[in-house]
Design a protein around this ligand. Structure first.
Ligand SMILES: CC(C)(COP(=O)(O)OP(=O)(O)OC[C@H]1O[C@@H](n2cnc3c(N)ncnc32)[C@H](O)[C@@H]1OP(=O)(O)O)[C@@H](O)C(=O)NCCC(=O)NCCS
Length: 303
């Protein structure tokens, strides 16, 4: 009944997500589900499990095992059961099997959804009541909460960012879209300054145009503003970062607004600024408001 899913199951997985993860502010598409499963950089086919009866996938889960901050960590990146079949033990069966497989991979601590670099949301939305009950029942506890901001993109003001870019140019600082030739320098800088974000920053190179703005003084990288680093085409903004010495100059604002302008031009009316962070900065810089709250659930695994 529980078996590994493949590309052929993508449409069914998408349908289950649309029906059961129904608080998401974007339409579910096969591309988004693929990004979280078969297309993920850390994809492990043995950790994409479906619960199938009579040829129908009734629920599924995707987990990952990663070395993170010196530890072997595991996460359930997605889990959803078709509402027609919930509360019949399907989620529990999937969780128990995926926990067993994560333990086999040396994982000693398992989290839910807040997977670095490729996450739908940074934890379980507190409004998913069934998920909170389900996880508590299965021995998970909340370690902290994470927050998403939302930002409106309809204002023409985002089009004024070029004036700020010209202002920085007059002070010897270039703000521009990252180019293919910058990749190695940006990767080296990210490893030094923001090791946890290197994967997300480089994921921007998979988009066309490259969904990354950078600030430079000569050859020296000062900072970046990214979007579509994951959750591509859903209005996902971030991350953004400046090296210590470049803070306080207004560069964060211009990099953020340049990235948001791209998203606006791509037709998004809103951007999600996930897993923050500096609320006051984003509130001032682009009028962002506090939006969703997520519980970071965790459980120790004993082998
Ligand atoms: C969370 C989820 C995966 C659980 O799957 P499931 O197959 O319904 O779960 P099971 O039947 O194995 O377990 C039942 C337990 O889940 C919880 N649960 C399931 N549906 C519930 C509901 N409508 N209200 C409250 N608790 C619920 C309860 O703790 C229940 O145990 P109990 O009856 O002893 O209280 C499923 O509800 C779901 O897909 N929810 C939407 C997607 C989601 O929130 N995913 C986030 C990651 S979990």
């Amino acid at each position: 009944m529980i078996h590994e899913l493949t590309e052929a199951d993508l449409a069914e997985m998408t349908d289950i997500c649309a029906k059961s993860l129904d608080l998401e502010p974007h339409p579910w598409t096969p591309a988004l589900v693929r990004e979280k499963t078969l297309g993920a950089h850390d994809f492990d086919a043995a950790l994409l499990l479906g619960y199938e009866i009579a040829g129908e996938v009734r629920g599924f889960t995707q987990a990952v095992a990663r070395d993170h901050a010196g530890e072997r960590r595991g996460w359930v990146r997605l889990m959803a059961v078709n509402p027609a079949w919930q509360r019949q033990g399907i989620g529990s069966a999937l969780l128990s099997e995926v926990e067993r497989r994560l333990a086999e991979r040396g994982v000693t601590r398992i989290g839910f959804m807040d997977v670095p670099a490729n996450y739908l949301t940074p934890g379980v939305d507190f409004q998913y009541t069934a998920a909170a009950c389900f996880l508590t029942k299965h021995g998970y506890h909340v370690t902290h909460t994470n927050l998403n901001l939302m930002c409106g993109l309809t204002s023409d003001e985002f089009e004024d960012v070029d004036e700020d870019i010209v202002g920085f140019a007059q002070r010897g600082i270039t703000v521009r879209r990252a180019e293919e030739g910058d990749r190695e320098a940006i990767a080296a800088w990210a490893r030094r300054e923001f090791a946890g974000w290197e994967e997300e920053i480089l994921a921007c190179y998979e988009q066309s145009p490259i969904s990354l703005w950078i600030a430079l003084r000569g050859e020296e990288m000062l900072g970046f503003g990214a979007y579509d680093s994951n959750n591509v085409n859903t209005g996902h903004f971030g991350p953004t970062g400046l090296s210590e010495a470049s803070r306080g100059l207004g560069l964060g604002r211009v990099l953020t607004r340049a990235a948001l302008r791209d998203q606006r031009r791509q037709g998004h009316r809103r951007a999600v600024i996930p897993w923050v962070g500096p609320i006051r900065f984003y509130s001032k810089c682009c009028g962002a408001w506090t939006d969703r709250i997520f519980w970071a659930f965790e459980k120790p695994l004993r082998g």
